[in-house]
Write a protein that binds this ligand. Sequence first.
Ligand SMILES: C[S@@+](CC[C@H](N)C(=O)[O-])C[C@H]1O[C@@H](n2cnc3c(N)ncnc32)[C@H](O)[C@@H]1O
Length: 327
Amino acid sequence: MGGSSEYRLFSVDDLLSNEVLQAGQATARGHHLGTRPDLDAAEMYLSREDGLLVRGVWPHSARKSWMVSRIIDVVSRAMTGKWGQLGYIELYSGPGRLLDRSTSKELPGSPVEALRLSTPFDRYVFCDFDEDCVTALRQRCDQEPMGSRSRVFQGDAKEIDHLERVARQFGRGTLVIAYLDPARPRDMTWHTVQTLANRLPTVDLIINLPVHSLQRAISGPHGRNAEAHAAGAFLGHPEPSDLMHWDRTHAHQPQGTMDAIRGFYDRQLQSLGFLPPARRIVEITPGVPYYDVLYASRHPLGVNLWNKANPPEPPPPSLLDGLDQLP
Ligand SMILES: C[S@@+](CC[C@H](N)C(=O)[O-])C[C@H]1O[C@@H](n2cnc3c(N)ncnc32)[C@H](O)[C@@H]1O
């Protein structure tokens, strides 16, 4: 493992107040293993329930998990019987169990949630590049009634051979849902998305687009260093600083830059034959976007199912609301 400061990019800890952090650290009572810089700087623990590795998360992760569980539940119920097979991929699986650091509660991770669907997929492929995550996840899958439908591979989602091996697990006529949940820009490249999309013509993608970290990497004080480079590789943009947005006084506008990142990524997906993706924004604190959860499909039904599973939120109340009811 390398030194954590060397590898640390922007963890959620950078965005939370000290009070929240202290409360979270005090209540997270699993056996604390600390951060894993080779992994993605997440805090890791040993589970109180099964003694295996768990990943520390903050409450915003619950919203992402909820949206992902909802869409895969809706897709599996709607599509079972309409396709030869239904397949499910996670390239960033984690250990299969999470610890909410603010409440100290343990929750199933996304792979385990996917195995527990009421209408399960026919075949699951879960991957992580971390050996300890893979070991823990294998043991957890073995405990699940649908575990025999799953394979757990250790592999780097940025490596073509690994992606080819994953794609080979699914025959023609399989509708595949692939969930890509990298914690940081440096954990994924545009090539990952491109390869999956090219190798699996009937894949729908659920992507965690870390807009906040991308924006900071592109516009931060170390604008031309490794982080900006990683952001460019993530987006498939040769000159990501071109996405920076400025106001008339030449001050940087982070919100405008995040919108430019979104627009660019949507166009990238469309260049692979996907329709404009559905998007839900997960905020770290009200008004501060942390990441977007995207659903990209080449078929309009995919986005329709997403909207059914995760209805867009009503716009925030406006001062004009209720004016028509005034006397
Ligand atoms: C955000 S966690 C996934 C959490 C999981 N979706 C859940 O909700 O339970 C991201 C995982 O990706 C793994 N990872 C990071 N970079 C990777 C890479 N290049 N290839 C494969 N796995 C990677 C990390 O080890 C970590 O376990």
